[in-house]
Design a protein around this ligand. Sequence first.
Ligand code: IMP
Length: 221
Amino acid sequence: MVTFVTTNPGKIHEAQEYLDEPVEQLDFDYPEVQADNLATVAAHGARAAYEHTGEPVIVDDSGLTIEALGGFPGPYSSYVEDKLGIERVWKLTEAEEKRSGAFRAVIAYCDGEGFAATPEPVDRGGSEDDQRRGQDLAADERPSATTDEQVAGGEDAIPVKLFEGVVPGEIVAPRGDGGFGFDPIFEYDGKTFAEMDTDEKNAVSHRGRALAKFAEWYATR
Ligand code: IMP
């Protein structure tokens, strides 16, 4: 069994589609660290949740990164959506020449044991194009103050394995009624996420990509 720490039951259903193991929801409000990259936030959350439950846990953190805005809003996506709203984020981006962006999700897994066979904590799989763009954005997302060591939590920290899913797209004027959050201003392959039905979005989404990588690795564990 894997415990998914989230307040959102929709994420449990989505995770269950990828995993053979039963996925259980734990509504645990772990303290969220202030960090300007998703990996650090997810890693700290997974450690805190594992220390709380003593069971294998996954925690996810996701957000929209806009290249011309230095990766903004990134881990602050929920806050920015709430305070500024997506229309104003579009207005900020409209003024830019390049409007590429990406949805990113990081899943952090912790079961109190080590990952000696996989020293690289972030798996950046995916298509070559996604990898190239994903890595550009990842570099933007990691200012010099944020080191892999911070993500890793220092020598004595409980190991955490990170899985990253990225979907590259374009920021556009809002279109479509479906989805949530920034979906109406994120275009992938000619359609905004808000113009796709749930299955269409899940098939390409950042969370789906991160879950698929996690499921593949977890099956071998
Ligand atoms: P969370 O990690 O699911 O809590 O998402 C954090 C925030 O990122 C959300 O409140 C949204 O603003 C944004 N976000 C993450 N994933 C998506 C998505 O698939 N569509 C639209 N917005 C998203």
